[in-house]
Write a protein of this length. Structure first.
Length: 601
């Protein structure tokens, strides 16, 4: 057993709530821009006073609609500024806010509505409202469904016009740091999603500790463009942190407009999952090779990686600094411009980024700060710092947080950031939280002597071959996915003779590769799953992964699947994790085919 505790830097008072910042900032600096939201195609600023007024007017409307202290308000919407308004309005009315992913199926929506006891639901548009109507009979507590695109905030403001200050204050008065703030439902890669009960203290602590730990990121004048779903705890924590610090927050609900929106907002830092950075890198590489500038880009990439690696060994030499300066003018500046021109940092979580990609981005002057956390830890439990990034790790525990490695390698976490229970699930709660107050995460890892945490896999995803070899799939899968042509990789081999892989092809990368490889126009991935050239490309990714492990742990075979995994088709969760059981069920014949020869031998 091994553990490490980071010294505390913040204290959350017992009477503190998430709404305090809304009133504090409106009084102290009412003209400061807090939010930038889209009107037509342009971003419009909203001051702390205007945000306060929106929140209070919406909260009055919730009270007028019968939402009482402790009542449940749901949000089913893409990321947009109204999401934040409704979130803080629910807290101001003394209620509990329950997010639902906009990608959720009717059955998933029904489960959350029923399990959480949602009374009033705010949805984004008519399409989502129709999805709710399909299952409304299964949600007995649901009274009202309001649509943002139909003016839900205006409707609530009008409804609440007669609610006075005393009633509003009375609704908020019973709240304290240990009051329930939200129930966030896990994505559910295996069973029915569990509702994590998260308090005001947990969100406040995580936000304030993150700000204290990352002063270079959360610096005066900082800003961010939020495009991840606010239904996920990762984006929700950033929202809380930016409101706490009165930092600027812009929103883009459509990832298809991300690049032009970055150019307009010009944020100082981003929040993203590793797949975003992989696609930025792969897209730039493919474009350069398609324009006949592949050798320049590859040299620039190698220089960036070497430059970053040298920073960990005392600094780059003269020749490397000169090469780096040359490529900064030729290549790196264009990548910075694509990110808006001002961004120098990003916070990444949800999956491993990979050391080489981390070195590449730091080498071009854009440091990706990797962290680690779960819904149960209100997002980050550990993080790297920009000035002391250790590639291959997710950093040290947040200030005031303890991380322990159990005897079986499981990562345990303790601190004020933890959820308090799984909603209506006492058995699961007792399994997750032990008598010492540690959360059993289900993840496997190790701690360096100075507290840097390394993630090695998931306990439930560990593959044990028929020969008794234990293999953690995540590290190998990540190496395969770092290939620009690969979208997803899922290892199989539990109780089988050897490790194999299911691989999908990135649709955006496929067409340029197909055309460059001289394949017929209109040919699809499904047409080429057995194509020798395509398999040779994937084999390179497999070989790169195998180079990181022993021969016994290596991938012996792979199959290219005819379509990619998507959230819409159900193979991916909304947070882009693979639902392994579902994939095994849908592609079981492909898996059996990988082992057909082994059974006959």
């Amino acid at each position: 057993m091994r553990e490490y505790t980071s010294a505390p830097l913040v204290t959350i008072e017992d009477d503190a709530t998430l709404t305090d910042a809304v009133f504090r900032h409106a009084a102290a600096h009412p003209d400061k821009i807090l939010i930038r939201h889209k009107v037509a195609e342009e971003f419009v600023g909203m001051t702390t006073r205007e945000f306060h007024d929106h929140v209070v007017a919406t909260a009055r409307g919730l009270l007028a609609r019968g939402v009482e202290t402790g009542g449940r308000v749901g949000i089913l919407s893409h990321t947009r500024f109204e999401w934040t308004v409704v979130d803080y309005a629910a807290w101001t009315a003394g209620a509990v806010c329950v997010p639902i992913y906009e990608t959720s199926s009717p059955s998933q929506i029904a489960w959350i509505l029923r399990d959480a006891g949602i009374e009033l639901l705010v949805v984004e548009n008519a399409e989502l409202a129709a999805r709710v109507e399909q299952v409304r009979g299964e949600a007995p507590a649901l009274r009202d469904v309001l649509v943002l695109d139909d003016g839900a905030l205006g409707t609530l403001a009008a409804d609440g016009a007669g609610v006075d200050d005393d009633r509003l204050a009375a609704a908020r008065a019973p709240l304290g740091a240990d009051s329930l703030a939200t129930i966030i439902y896990t994505s559910g890669t295996t069973a029915q999603p569990k509702g994590c009960e998260i308090t005001h203290r947990a969100l406040l602590f995580t936000a304030e500790a993150s700000i204290a730990m990352l002063p270079e990121v959360f610096a005066p004048g900082c800003s961010s463009l939020l495009f991840l779903p606010l239904a996920h705890v990762f984006a929700r924590m950033l929202q809380v942190g930016l409101v706490q610090g009165a930092f600027e927050l812009a929103y883009t609900p459509d990832s298809g407009t991300l690049l032009p929106d970055l150019a307009k907002v010009r944020p100082t830092f981003l929040l993203a999952v590793p797949r975003v950075f992989e696609k930025v890198h792969a897209g730039a590489r493919l474009k350069a090779h398609g324009e006949g500038k592949g050798r320049i880009f590859d040299a620039a990439e190698n220089t960036a990686v070497a430059y970053s690696e040298a920073l960990d060994r005392g600094g780059p030499g003269l020749l490397l600094r000169l090469r780096h300066r040359l490529f900064a003018a030729l290549v790196y500046g264009k990548l910075h411009a694509a990110l808006g021109g001002r961004a120098r940092f990003a916070i990444s979580g949800g999956a491993p980024l990979g050391p080489r990609l981390g070195h590449f981005f730091r080498g071009i002057g854009f440091t990706v700060v990797e962290g680690y956390g779960l819904t149960e830890t209100s997002a980050p439990a550990a993080a790297n710092r920009p000035h002391s990034v250790r590639m291959g790790t997710v950093g040290q525990p947040l200030p005031g947080v303890t991380i322990r490695i159990a005897d079986d390698g499981e990562i345990l976490v303790r601190g004020d950031l933890l959820f308090r229970a799984y909603h209506h699930n006492e058995t699961a709660t007792k399994e997750a939280l032990d008598a010492e107050g540690f959360l059993h995460t289900g993840d496997l890892g190790s701690l360096d002597d100075d507290g840097y945490l390394r993630i090695t896999g998931r306990k439930k995803e560990l593959l044990v071959t028929a020969g008794g070899k234990n293999v953690a799939p995540a590290p190998l899968e990540h190496v395969i996915q770092s290939n620009p042509l690969v979208s997803q990789a899922m290892l199989v081999g539990d109780q089988r003779p050897f490790i194999a892989a299911l691989v999908t092809i990135d649709p955006e990368a496929f067409e340029p590769w197909r055309d460059g490889a001289g394949k017929p126009a209109g040919t699809t991935v499904a047409d080429l799953v057995d194509d020798a050239d395509l398999r040779a490309e994937v084999q390179q990714a497999i070989d790169a992964a195998n180079a990181t492990v022993s021969k016994a742990e290596g991938i012996k075979k792979f199959v290219i699947l005819p379509q990619d995994f998507t959230v819409e088709s159900g193979e991916l969760t909304p947070s882009l994790k693979v639902r392994r059981a579902l994939v095994m069920d849908r592609f079981g014949s492909a898996v059996d085919g990988l082992y057909a020869d082994a059974r006959r031998s």
